[in-house]
Design a protein around this ligand. Structure first.
Ligand code: ADP
Length: 583
């Protein structure tokens, strides 16, 4: 909105009160549906939309890159069970945001990306408009649904449709295209207000059929080595009491996927996280609770899994079933309702995990925990991942309200094993794609949505994808402490280019001082070379409550190529044996 060219008179003010426009209708529709925060990057044609949202009491968090704003919206959706909203400009801004929207869809997080777009008649005839692109078509393959609003009177409907689609059934990413001309269209306010609606029961419960529940109970009742696998769908469902009751009343050991850590505290007596390989290899009946049998679970295949294992899958999305292994007892519904139905229909004592199985897993856990304790005791110099991460673990134990964001290769794999969680939905990580770049976006959303401190454990390479958002963190004075595992490289920092011309493909600057970056924006920077220094810096930063960054100097030879997933690299004849070209 440009500044009025002439002083406002009573007559023009009255006229304005009787009219509305696309901008106002978008903001009013979002507010009507309890959207209280928007994450975005402004520019043509959505700058005034952000201004107006802010003026009307919606919190607007402005980022430096749309991917990071999108990742923040996705994390907000996961944490709050309400669609996170990202706002982007046309074409390039939209495309930047689309990465996050696709990632949200892959992770089953509810998110809506609202993007301005250029003049439809120019775009459709490819006349070469400013930031010309058919954004609706571009978004389609990557999202749960994509919609366009072509008339100002459809804005309310478009927003309602986008929000419900994102949140209901399996949550996911929705794209909503609003051309500039629609935002700028004016209509009578009274008529416009009538076009808006508030969603009734946006994510209805989905109850399983009784016979499906009985089938699953019978299968579990006959199991010798039952196992529960908790995934991030279970964390998202916010059915924490039902999950705990199911686990504890049946006595079945459970393994949490990384973002389900903390749903029950990691030191729970039934946790088989520290006997994971044995649990998967031997379980005869497995209950998947909001977890998919995808690559993260080796597709349910031997030798990682017992080839005779039978699966019970609790999922809100029927088409997920049988995607990798036959599902002997499908339970389609929302996790809270399904677990309640199981509890209601199970006869007393009907399901009980045999003691021998529990003891076998407990014994393996004890051995593995002792081995890990030995490794954690070592405090070599230069500092290794384990030493730095143990320091983070201990500070988190003392501050369980703090959120943990985690990405990287080794920084992710080792932190997942070393840092246990005690509170539901307090760990946000690279997720289903194993993506890099979510770090600062997720951290900002966790701080904004919860008001609690956030510790973002980042590989130095992973941090680079969203590092400029340090400025955003400082601008909003958020309690985000970024802890960088700086070993000077992608995977590790000691690789060499045999031709000695340029740095090797995996080399980053070993001497990089990320702590200086945050100081440029007024945050507090620390450099840590020992675990004791990491502890001291973290405690000081938490006590200050402001933005901080701890650059941990890690041994450049620490870390393995691709972390725990090196087997996914294709094996040509040259891998591990690359020789320089002959002169
Ligand atoms: P993880 O990576 O932790 O194993 P996934 O993202 O693979 O978890 O799986 C999450 C699953 O949870 C998805 O298949 C999704 O459809 C399902 N899901 C999400 N929300 C719910 C819910 N409220 N009730 C039931 N299933 C859900």
């Amino acid at each position: 909105m440009t500044a009025p060219s002439a002083p406002e008179t009573a007559a023009t003010a009255d006229a304005r009160d009787e009219l509305t426009d696309g901008y106002h209708l978008v903001v009013d529709a979002l507010k009507l549906n309890d959207i209280d925060t928007i994450y975005g990057v402004v520019g043509i044609p959505i700058t005034d939309l952000a201004r107006l949202a802010q003026a009307r009491g919606i919190r607007y968090i402005g980022f430096r890159h749309e991917s990071n704003a999108g990742h923040a919206a996705a994390a907000a959706g996961y944490l709050t069970k309400k669609p996170g909203v990202a706002l982007t400009v046309s074409a390039p801004g939209f495309l930047n945001g689309l990465v996050a929207l696709a990632n949200a869809t892959t992770n089953c997080f509810p998110m809506v990306q609202i993007s301005g777009s250029s003049e439809r008649h120019l775009v459709d005839l490819k006349q070469g408009d400013y930031e010309e692109m058919d954004q609706l078509a571009a978004a389609q393959p990557f999202v749960k649904a994509a919609y366009r609003v072509s008339r100002v009177e459809d804005i309310g409907r478009g927003i309602a449709r986008a929000l419900r689609t994102a949140i209901s059934g399996r949550p996911g990413g929705v794209y909503l295209d609003i051309p500039a001309a629609v935002l700028g269209s004016i209509m009578d306010k009274e008529t416009g207000d009538k076009t808006l609606s508030r969603l009734v029961d946006p994510a209805p419960r989905q109850l399983p059929a009784p016979e499906a529940v009985d089938r699953a109970i019978e299968l579990l009742a006959g199991a010798q080595r039952p196992l529960i696998l908790l995934g991030k769908g279970a964390a998202y469902a916010q059915a924490d009491d039902q999950v705990r009751d199911f686990v504890e009343s049946t006595g079945i050991p459970y393994v949490p996927m990384s973002m389900a850590k903390g749903l029950l505290p990691d030191n729970h007596v039934q946790s088989a996280a520290t006997a994971r390989s044995l649990a998967l290899k031997k379980a005869d009946v497995v209950v998947l609770v909001g977890a998919r049998l995808n690559w993260l679970l080796n597709h349910g295949e031997a030798p990682s899994w017992n080839p005779d294992a039978k699966f019970i899958q609790i999922d809100i999305e029927a088409k997920e079933l049988d995607s990798n292994q036959p599902i002997a007892a499908p339970l389609v519904g929302d996790i809270g309702s399904v677990l309640e139905a199981i509890a209601e229909r199970t006869k007393p004592g009907q399901i009980a995990a045999p003691a021998a199985w529990r003891e076998e897993l407990a014994a393996r856990s004890a051995t593995n925990v002792a081995k890990m304790a030995e490794r954690l005791k070592a405090d070599p110099s230069p500092m290794q991942f384990m030493g730095a991460l143990k320091a983070v673990r201990d500070v988190l134990h003392a501050n369980p309200e703090a959120y943990l964001v985690n990405e990287g290769a080794n920084a992710l794999d080792i932190a997942r094993n070393v840092i246990d969680m005690h509170v539901p939905r307090h760990r946000l990580d690279s997720g289903t794609w194993g993506v890099m770049g979510i770090g600062m976006g997720y951290a900002i959303a966790a701080a904004v949505e919860s008001g609690k401190p956030v510790i973002a454990v980042e590989g130095d390479s992973a941090f680079g994808f969203s590092g400029m958002e340090l400025e955003t963190i400082c601008r909003y004075n958020l309690p985000v402490i970024t802890v960088i595992m700086n070993n000077g490289g992608v995977y590790r920092g000691d690789d060499v280019n045999p031709l000695e011309t340029d740095p090797s493909p995996t080399t980053l600057m070993l001497a990089a001082r990320h702590d200086k970056m945050i100081e440029a924006f007024g945050g507090k920077g620390y450099r840590a070379t020992t675990p004791a220094e990491v502890t001291a810096a973290l405690n000081e930063a938490l006590a200050s409550g402001g933005p901080a960054l701890i650059d941990c100097e890690i041994d450049p030879s620490a870390g393995t190529e691709s972390g725990h997933i090196a087997h996914l690299n294709p094996k040509g004849i040259t891998v591990g044996n690359i020789t320089p070209a002959k002169k």
